[in-house]
Design a protein around this ligand. Structure first.
Ligand code: TRP
Length: 329
């Protein structure tokens, strides 16, 4: 059994790409491991210093994860800002994190370009806070996408540095969680690239059936194959990829054959795809609505989660203080 930590920034609604790329794996992972899933609401401040409705954003993400099947009875589900122990570890790790390595981090360099008017120290030390999130539970595995690999590498380095600085074997060096197969990337509906929050090419779990039909019918396709057996274009391949996760195999096979024989009508394929997406998302959307309306339940979930997370975190802080040499007289 591994101890797994995963943080989710509360910056937007979950889309199909999030579901099939990450959340569906969390559902399997939580059964066999000691999982900590938290909402990284402090990390959100590095890019959104005045977040507006932060509570609403947190609640939305939380309700969506729970609606997908993250089970707070077996996983520890909590909000980062409910566990102050992490800031103490963040501060201590900052003493051994070097300006040079932080400035060289790819995500920092990207943020400098994207928000030149707000190059705050929180951005610079983002990887330190993330490392604290992870090692405070002495995690051994972290499910990360490509964009977070460098942060995980730095987490390992900070853990190793702490161990060697104080001559202890205290923090494990966490590895990327291996899903055992290639990570599934869900493409967007615009014919290129992956589904994203900001790209405007996504289908969200909270979308209504009308939204979904409209989006799918507008998806980019092409004029259809001119010669039998011609390979699908990028845009059409994308539709098949989405279809392969929501439709039954016979449906996918049918449209593949229609494509291969140049008989395909993309209008028909899209109608089918929209209905299959709706069949998949509708029960989740209904649960999102009912869970969001149940403030008492949400409050109970995060209170219980914070209690469990603080129990684990405060033990680490006690150990770390003693390792560094902070002791009572
Ligand atoms: N940086 C992560 C992201 O943007 C979010 C995150 C914060 C995280 N702390 C974490 C992920 C700890 C895994 C573990 O997606």
């Amino acid at each position: 059994m591994e101890t797994i930590v995963s943080g989710i920034r509360p910056t937007g609604n979950l889309h199909l790409g999030n579901y099939f790329g990450a959340v569906s794996n969390f559902l399997k992972m939580q059964k066999e491991n000691n999982c900590f899933f938290f909402i990284a609401d402090y990390h959100a401040l590095t890019t959104h210093p005045k977040p507006g409705d932060i509570q609403g954003n947190i609640k939305q993400v939380l309700a969506e994860y729970l609606a997908c099947g993250i089970d707070p009875e077996i996983a520890t589900v909590f909000i980062q800002s409910d566990v102050p122990e992490v800031f103490e570890l963040y501060l201590l790790l900052n003493m051994n994190a070097y300006i040079g390595e932080l400035q060289r981090t790819a995500s920092f360099k990207e943020k400098i370009r994207k928000q030149p008017d707000n190059i705050n120290a929180g951005l610079l030390t983002y990887p330190v806070l993330m490392a604290a999130d992870i090692i405070i539970h002495r995690a051994t595995k972290v499910p990360v996408g490509k964009d977070q690999e460098q942060h995980l590498e730095m987490t390992r380095r900070f853990a190793r540095r702490f161990n060697s600085m104080y001559s202890v074997e205290y923090f494990p060096e966490p590895d990327a969680y291996n899903f055992g197969h290639k990570l599934l990337k869900i493409p967007g509906l615009d014919g290129s690239g992956k589904m994203g929050k900001s790209e405007g090419n996504g289908i969200f779990l909270a979308d209504t059936p009308q939204d979904i039909r409209k989006k799918v019918m507008r998806a980019v396709t092409d004029a259809g194959p001119q010669t039998p057996g011609e390979k699908p274009s990028e845009a059409v391949k994308n539709l098949f990829t989405i279809m392969s996760v929501v439709s039954d195999p016979a449906t996918v096979k049918h449209f593949r054959e229609m494509h291969a024989s140049c008989e395909i009508r993309y209008g028909d394929m899209k109608k089918q795809l929209a209905e299959d997406i709706i069949k998949f998302t509708e029960p989740i959307r209904e649960r999102i609505i009912s869970i969001s309306a149940d403030n008492r339940y949400l409050a109970k979930v995060v209170a219980a989660g914070a209690e469990r997370a603080r129990e684990s975190a405060s033990k680490t802080i006690r150990d770390v203080r003693s390792i560094i040499g902070y002791k009572p007289f």
